[in-house]
Design a protein around this ligand. Structure first.
Ligand SMILES: [Zn+2]
Length: 208
């Protein structure tokens, strides 16, 4: 057996085991935007045209803010993207990049600055509302969150989980902790490897 085939089989075996054990999972990503991936029966939910589970324009946010993308009001992405998170009553926005500002604000939040308490409660509950709908729709085994939000998720977690505990019918008899993935870049590499293993046909000389 050639080495490519061996590596491919090993990777496929490991990845399939990982996917099969968790048949239904939700993975929310919050960074420059907000999105969710849903693995259902071991397969990524992809919709009829390859695109599914858009959550950015759920209208649960500030009803006075107009979304520049869909032109409606109250889209959650305006408050939960990094630039939306930086826009609050405590942080004074500067001309520095969003990333630099985010790192400074996240550091202040992690250090326990009480001025951010209302901000954490408000945005944490907003994340909880999105999870509440997704959890009741899909009844997942596992729920993950990652992206820049993971820098402050432990401070947001109590408010998000409070909404889930209070409203989620599907998990009324079990505990469903949100698993915060601080290594989202690594997770994406695993995901890409999975796709490669599924699609790669080296003996045919092509990727697909
Ligand atoms: Zn919108």
């Amino acid at each position: 057996m050639d080495s490519y085939r061996l590596v491919r089989l090993i990777l496929r075996d490991r990845l399939l085991k990982a996917v099969i054990v968790i048949l239904l999972l939700l993975h929310m990503h919050i960074s420059q935007g907000i999105g969710v991936g849903i693995v259902c029966n071991g397969t990524l939910l992809s919709g009829y045209d390859g695109y599914a589970a858009e959550i950015a324009h759920f209208p649960f946010g500030n009803s006075r803010q107009r979304c520049p993308v869909c032109k409606n009001y109250g889209c959650v992405e305006m408050e939960l993207s990094v630039s939306g998170l930086l826009h609050n009553n405590v942080w004074h926005e500067t001309s520095e990049s969003d990333q630099v500002q985010w790192e400074k604000m996240a550091e202040a939040i992690r250090s326990g600055d009480p001025a951010y308490r209302d901000f954490l409660r408000e945005r944490g509950k907003l994340i909880g509302k999105i999870f509440f709908i997704l959890i009741d729709l899909f009844n997942p085994q596992k729920v993950f969150i990652d992206g820049e939000i993971s820098d402050i998720f432990e401070q947001i977690r109590p408010y998000t989980e409070e909404v889930i505990r209070k409203h989620c019918f599907m998990v009324r008899d079990r505990i469903l902790p949100i698993q915060c993935d601080r290594q989202s870049s690594l997770s994406m590499i695993y995901g890409l490897n999975h796709i490669m293993c599924e699609k790669w046909e080296p003996l045919n000389g092509c990727l697909y």
